[in-house]
Design a protein around this ligand. Structure first.
Ligand code: ADP
Ligand code: MG
Length: 405
């Protein structure tokens, strides 16, 4: 039986947290599991070996660093973490070995900075497991077929853990972090948020794609395809956390038949653009979307009417989008600092009254809805950034998410 454990940055940042990490490793080892432990870089921005600290270092000292060498530098945070944990385990009398992502068999394409995992060859990891060692793997990184070091982008350690779990046919991938599991909303904004006991891969993928940073959506997809369950749980307690599994199993285990709303998520830093297009020029709208696409600007909340187009872009793209529109002769109206609030639930498909409840909850608090959109499992509303936290709180109360079992 093999288990993969992943520990995030805050779980490794100081001695006290690392003691908790050791406790979880010892417990699982005592239960007889072969353990693969994936680690992130230690700590958050400002702490010496954190990924954001390394990025700041590059910003100040490495502006002319090519992408290949940038990835070499960025991969160091996890290497330090892996070696540190290996030392702590050995001191406790737990035999262990530390591996880089490449050494652990994670083979990626050559897109430095946001590499994709092409395959995982777990043979070396299996050898160490057979030798009764805890295998500590540096997360967030892999290597190309030629041995070049690559990094996987934000949340990459979750992806490393899921990919190793899939390749090793692990019993479970445990993602240890600084909260009690996947909550009904980001606890930093909604004090009432509650941990979910069981969710389906689809539900959490949806939450993750809509901004819930607790787990990376790519990791969920990899685990889903391999049929490996994930558990998101706290490093700092012995809670069971949230089990992420197939929808039918999730339904069975949690007892709900058709949960309308699972949770809320949000993305800030969105700019809304309104473009009037002449009705006698049917090509104008096509020209606008083509210009965005050609320039790599992804668009959202798209609303096309004969009179014009309303859509949103991410803040970093806003300036370029406006410039392109002006060059085409349009005078867009912009609303900066908007936020996208998502109401997510597998069971809202066709359910009447969900949108009415959202509108009611927000109008009661005088929160203007700037735009809305929906799919079979999600309803989105665009609000101004200052209304974001109150909107999340209002929706959390309206759907009684604090009563989530
Ligand atoms: P790690 O370093 O362990 O990977 P992250 O910061 O990536 O940790 O993810 C954990 C954080 O995700 C939490 O501290 C929490 O603020 C945030 N978060 C956002 N949405 C949610 C949610 N729905 N449930 C739990 N945590 C969430
Ligand atoms: Mg994370």
């Amino acid at each position: 039986m093999i288990k993969v454990q992943k520990f995030g940055g805050t779980s490794l940042s100081d001695e006290q947290s690392r003691r908790n990490v050791l406790r979880h490793i010892s417990r699982e080892r005592a239960s007889g599991a072969g353990l693969v432990v994936v680690v992130s870089a230690m700590g958050r921005r400002g702490e010496p070996y954190a990924t954001d600290t390394l990025l700041d270092w590059i910003e100040q000292n490495g502006r002319s660093l090519p992408d290949r060498e940038k990835d070499m530098l960025l991969s160091c945070g996890e290497l330090i973490s892996a070696a540190t944990l290996c030392s702590l385990l050995n001191r406790e009398g737990i035999p262990s070995v530390a591996l880089t992502g490449g050494q652990a068999g994670i083979v990626t394409d050559g897109r430095f900075g946001s590499a994709r995992i092409a395959k995982v060859d777990p043979s070396r990891v299996r050898e160490y497991l057979a030798d009764d060692k805890v295998v500590v793997v540096a997360g967030f990184q892999g290597a190309t077929e030629d041995g070049e070091i690559t990094t996987l982008g934000r949340g990459g350690s979750d992806t490393s853990a899921a990919a190793l779990g899939a390749a090793l046919e692990a019993e479970v991938v445990d993602i240890y972090t600084d909260v009690e599991g996947i909550l009904t909303a980001d606890p930093r904004l909604v004090g009432e948020a509650r941990p979910l006991a069981v969710v389906s891969y689809e539900e959490i993928c949806n939450m993750a794609y809509n901004g819930a940073k607790v787990i990376h959506p790519r990791a969920v997809e990899i685990a889903m395809r391999a049929g490996v369950p994930i558990r998101v749980r706290s490093t700092f307690s012995d809670g069971e956390g949230t089990l992420v599994t197939r929808a039918d199993l999730a339904r069975e285990k949690s007892g709900w038949i058709d949960r309308t709303v699972t949770g809320l998520a949000h993305v800030r830093g969105v700019t809304q653009l309104a473009v009037r297009t002449p009705e006698d020029d049917p090509d104008a709208q096509l020209r606008v979307f083509r210009a965005m696409a050609v320039n790599g600007i992804s668009v959202d909340f798209i609303n096309v009417t004969p009179a014009g187009i309303l859509y949103t872009v991410g803040e970093p793209d806003a300036e370029l989008a406006v410039r392109l529109l002006r060059e085409m002769g349009f005078e867009p109206r912009t609303q900066a600092r908007c936020a996208k609030v998502a109401v997510i639930g597998g069971g809202m498909n066709g359910e009447p009254g969900v949108m009415a409840k959202i509108v009611e909850a927000l109008t009661e608090r005088n929160i203007p809805i700037l735009q809305s959109a929906d799919s079979n499992a999600t309803i989105w509303v665009l609000v101004s950034e200052e209304d974001m936290a109150p909107a999340l709180q209002a929706l959390h109360a309206a759907f009684a998410l604090h009563r989530t079992p």
